[in-house]
Structure formats: structure tokens, C-alpha cells
Design a protein around this ligand. Structure first.
Ligand SMILES: NC(=O)c1ccc[n+]([C@@H]2O[C@H](COP(=O)([O-])OP(=O)(O)OC[C@H]3O[C@@H](n4cnc5c(N)ncnc54)[C@H](O)[C@@H]3O)[C@@H](O)[C@H]2O)c1
Length: 253
């Protein structure tokens, strides 16, 4: 798909990787609607990009279906979903204050995994009716996992479970949606410069950078956005998860 034909919903679009994706798509002539729970940052981001924001909690089934339809109407179509909304949900199973509350685990899985599925299915449900393009393509769904799906650290049981689920659902979704010409791919980022890392002390940032083989620095949100663009542009990528991590392999802690 050419970037100037993209009509995308980008979740988590108010911040970090989602914002970078939206910026890249808009800069290349695509249309974007930002979904996020953070109203203030979402409005700000939409203003900066000259695009629209719809306050959306990715875990809400009816709200997502309604807003995906509204986004389609606002853009005059929908052919792309990029799932970037996510939370860290860090915490030990047996923490200093006792065993992890089940709600912490469940909320992490709910936002990162169930939320991604929820937006993907609402998007696919509309995209299946699109006019077929080249090769019969009707749409693309791109999810965001994490390298923690493969080598989660201590304190990442919930996060890794949620991201592992995102990796695992990529192929069955791609297989099922192939009859509609809708592709599904996932990106598993390593450690990226986002507002989360910006707030860390310099020595923590340096030690994080040193752990990355090459290039020995954190990933740039632009590099994530470029990978989204690559997936959109290369129709033969389907059902796959791409690690984007400078060859980092997370240590136990
Ligand atoms: N930054 C990294 O190093 C890194 C590494 C691996 C994976 N990831 C993943 O990339 C994605 C983006 O991360 P980021 O670093 O840009 O984080 P971020 O915190 O900057 O952005 C995440 C956005 O998701 C939104 N969000 C949270 N819960 C939501 C919900 N229920 N509904 C809608 N929006 C919601 C937040 O408000 C926020 O704007 C996440 O899924 C994260 O797990 C990030």
C-alpha cells in the first residue's frame, strides 16, 4: 500500500511510538485518526499533526467499534490499523508487599492483548468491505509486541504474557483474514526512546544503551515508524513478527 493512500487508526497515538507512526504517515500524505485514553495529550498531538483525535479506551468493545466506524467516516475510508496502545504492568509475582494482585496481571493483558485484538477486529470488520486493491489487498493490521515476548525479565510476567499473546495471534489472524486480503504483522521493539525513557536518570539510560550490541543506543521512534511504513509498502510481509532491537537480548534483570 502506498503511504499516501493510507487511512489509518493509530492507537496509543498521543505518545511515543504511536505518535511517531502517525507523524510519519501524515508527512507522507496518509490520513490518520489518533485513538488514546489520554485526552489532553491526544488533543495536543492531533493539533500538532493537523489530524483528528478520538478518546478511546482500547479495552471497550462498543466504544472501539463506534470510534473505528466514526474514524472511517471522518477519513472517507479505513485500510490500516496500527496498535500501539500499551502499558508496562511491571511487578513481581511475589513482590515486597506480597503476591501480585490478580487485577494487575489481568489489566496488563486486557490493555496490551485484548485491546489489540479488539481494535483489530473492529478494523477488519470494516476493511473486509473495502474495494480490493492490487493483489486483492483490502487492509493491513500492524500490532506492537515487545522483545519481552521472548525473553521477559524478572517483573515482566504480566507484560511478557500480554506481548507473547500478541505475537501468537499474528499468524492465525493473518491466516483467517487472508480471504479478505487483509494482512497482519507485528513489530517487537527492543528499547526505544519514548517519554517513558526520557524521564529515567542518565546513568540508567547509559546502561540501557550499553546493553544493546549495535547500534549501541536506544531505538528512535522514527525507526519504528519506518518499519511500519515498510510493512505497509511490502505486500509480501504477512503473518510475521519482526524484531526491531539492535540485536539486544534482555537479561533476567
Ligand atoms: N518504548 C519502548 O522501549 C517499547 C519497547 C517494546 C514495546 N513497546 C510497546 O510499544 C507500544 C508504545 O509504547 P510507547 O513507548 O510509545 O509508550 P507510551 O506510554 O509513550 O505510549 C502508549 C500510549 O498508549 C496509551 N494507552 C494506554 N492504555 C490505553 C488504553 N486502554 N486505550 C487507549 N490508549 C491507551 C497511553 O495513554 C499512551 O499515550 C506499547 O505497546 C509498548 O508496550 C515499547
Amino acid at each position: 500500500m502506498q503511504l499516501n493512500q493510507v487511512k489509518a487508526v493509530v492507537t496509543g497515538g498521543a505518545s511515543g511510538l504511536g505518535y511517531a507512526v502517525a507523524q510519519h504517515l501524515v508527512a507522507n500524505g496518509g490520513r490518520v485518526v489518533l485513538f488514546d485514553v489520554n485526552e489532553e495529550k491526544g488533543q495536543e498531538a492531533a493539533k500538532a499533526l493537523g489530524t483528528r483525535f478520538m478518546r478511546t479506551d482500547v479495552t471497550a468493545e462498543d466504544g472501539v467499534a463506534a470510534n473505528v466506524a466514526a474514524a472511517r467516516d471522518a477519513m472517507g475510508g479505513l485500510n490500516t490499523v496500527v496498535n500501539c496502545a500499551g502499558i508496562l504492568g511491571a511487578g513481581r509475582m511475589l513482590g515486597k508487599e506480597g503476591p501480585m494482585a490478580l487485577n494487575t496481571f489481568a489489566t496488563t493483558v486486557m490493555v496490551n492483548l485484548v485491546g489489540s485484538f479488539n481494535v483489530a477486529k473492529a478494523g477488519a470488520s470494516l476493511m473486509q468491505g473495502n474495494e480490493a486493491g492490487e493483489d486483492g489487498e483490502r487492509g493491513v493490521i500492524i500490532n506492537t509486541a515487545s522483545v519481552a515476548a521472548y525473553e521477559g525479565q524478572i517483573g515482566q510476567a504480566a507484560y511478557s504474557a500480554s506481548k507473547g499473546g500478541v505475537v501468537a495471534m499474528t499468524l492465525p489472524m493473518a491466516r483467517e483474514l487472508s480471504r479478505f486480503g487483509i494482512r497482519v504483522a507485528t513489530i517487537a521493539p527492543g528499547i526505544f526512546w519514548t517519554p517513558m525513557v526520557d524521564g529515567m536518570p542518565p546513568q540508567v539510560q547509559e546502561s540501557l544503551s550499553a546493553s544493546i550490541p549495535f547500534p549501541s543506543r536506544l531505538g528512535k521512534p522514527d525507526e519504528f515508524a519506518a518499519t511500519v511504513a515498510f510493512i505497509l509498502g511490502n505486500r509480501y510481509i504477512n503473518g510475521e513478527t519482526i524484531r526491531l532491537d539492535g540485536a539486544v537480548r534482555l537479561q533476567p534483570k
